[in-house]
Write a protein that binds this ligand. Structure first.
Ligand SMILES: [Zn+2]
Length: 474
């Protein structure tokens, strides 16, 4: 290997608390410009920040899940820069005493496990948004003051694949902890890439920071682009300089935005309006006790308690929305194995066909539980079940009336089945003779004919028994 890539990540996660970090304005996405704003988050003189304790709770949840050391006392600092998206001309953030440090997240690629170090997690406020018109630009401060957690990794990544595995695991953790909705398109999770290349074992090279990727695919492309760009410059004898670059996903290139600032350029100093925050053992213990179950813990529980396979458990925990539906339907129907089968099979197939993402999935758990009850209780057969599941999924029909209307209730009337068997045997006398002469293969064909006569409501077990008896005794 001629060159080795070294990558560190800074991930910003917008928290799903109801109100902003230092005032009581809503954090809801969208809304008319400057409608989620008060004098506090608009930076009016005479206002004071008041810390939202839920933000700290969310930070503690993530810190615990990522194996961090939690600061007993954490402080807020002002980070200064002059840009209209910050009405105060500083952002309240944390530099000297962040809430969590020194954790790790374990990733797995092709069966190989690797620990990625987490240098720190800190709390900060988001900035507003510039809206550019033809003649002038406008400011929308709705996003200003929305709470963020910045998760800073160690430079432990060596490839884009490792970065993506980490981001997937981090997203899963944030979702299961209920701290962030992780919608990349809405910017609620954003990742900046710090990247350099070096000769294996050599000193660290000059690093650049790349921003503005809004999908995992864009992140992979931006990493590959930056690796090639740096290697090409170095191999041509050129020199790299520390800078911030902006990714353009449409063109597939990045371009320099500004030379990269160092911490001293931001003139950090402790925010005199906010007291240091004490995190005592009782608070921490309470958060630990109420920590939501994480995806890997759910997978283990599903395999242990419901005897599901590893694959099934993995599919069911791919998104919190899916695992919630699984647990609700399994409990309502009392049939966890059948519920797992339904979601990993039919529901996933229907989601693929209709391009529904896990976060947007909406299921009527009561109706699906009823259907599971009907198929497990031998009231409808598998093909009627499948058809009705689809009708509930796409048209939200009432399953019982649908089954009645379409005549799907299983025919378990012995007389009707006997009649069908007799008719098939009369119509296929050659096959019956073959079977009786020892060609047992024709049984499948005869069985198919009987089910065809019975239609979607046929009871396959009863039909099979009746046919077997008739062939033996005839
Ligand atoms: Zn406000």
């Amino acid at each position: 290997m001629k060159w080795e890539t070294v990558i560190g990540l800074e991930v910003h996660a917008e928290l799903s608390t109801k109100s902003k970090i230092f005032c009581s304005c809503t954090t809801a996405y969208g809304g008319g410009p400057n409608t989620h704003v008060c004098p506090g988050c608009a930076g009016m003189p005479g206002t004071l920040p008041k810390l939202n304790r839920s933000v700290v709770e969310y930070a503690l949840r993530l810190g615990i899940a990522l194996n961090c050391t939690i600061s007993k006392q954490c402080k807020f600092d002002r980070k200064h820069y002059f840009y209209p998206d910050l009405p105060n001309a500083y952002q309240i953030s944390q530099l000297y005493a962040p809430v969590c440090r020194d954790g790790y997240l374990e990733i797995e690629i092709n069966g190989l496990k690797k620990k990625i170090g987490i240098r720190q997690i800190h709390m900060e406020e988001d900035a507003g948004k510039l809206v550019h018109g033809a003649q002038s630009s406008f400011m929308d401060y709705n996003r200003g003051g929305v709470p963020l957690l910045e998760i800073v990794s160690q430079p432990d990544f060596r490839s884009a694949a490792e970065v993506i595995a980490y981001l997937e695991k981090l997203r899963e953790t944030l979702l299961y902890l209920d701290v962030c909705d992780c919608k990349m398109q809405e910017g609620s999770i954003r990742a900046d890439i710090n990247l350099s290349v070096r000769r294996p074992g050599g000193e660290l090279g000059v690093r650049t920071e790349t921003k503005n990727m809004n999908s995992f695919k864009a992140i992979t492309r931006a990493i590959e682009y930056e690796i090639d760009r740096q290697i090409e410059i170095l191999e041509d004898g050129g020199q790299l300089f520390q800078e911030t670059r902006r990714w353009d996903d449409e063109k597939g290139v990045s371009s320099g935005m500004r030379s990269k600032e160092n911490a001293q350029d931001y003139r950090y100093f402790p925010d005199p309006d906010l007291l240091p925050l004490d995190i005592d053992d009782a608070w921490l213990a309470r958060v630990k006790e109420n920590l939501p179950e994480l995806a890997y813990q759910k997978r283990e529980r599903y395999m242990r308690n419901y005897r599901l396979s590893e694959d099934e458990a993995a599919v069911l925990t791919v998104h919190k929305n899916i695992s919630n539906y699984f647990e609700t339907i399994a409990e309502q129907s009392g049939q966890p194995a059948e519920t797992a089968h339904l979601i990993t099979g039919e529901i996933m197939r229907l989601m693929n066909n209709t391009n529904i993402l896990p976060e947007d999935l909406s299921l009527d758990t009561g109706k699906l539980s009823t259907l599971i009850g009907l198929v497990c209780g031998g009231k409808i057969n598998r093909s009627a079940y499948k058809e009705t599941v689809e009708a509930v999924f796409t048209g939200n029909v009432d399953p019982e009336s649908y089954i009645a209307e379409k005549g799907l209730m299983m025919v378990s009337d012995g007389g009707a089945v006997m009649e069908a068997v007799n008719a098939v045997m009369a119509e296929n006398q050659d096959s019956v003779a073959d079977y009786r002469a020892g060609k047992e293969k024709v049984f499948g064909f005869l069985m198919g004919q009987v089910m065809k006569k019975l239609g979607k409501a046929g009871n396959p077990d009863l039909a099979k028994k009746t046919l077997e008896n008739a062939l033996k005794t005839g």
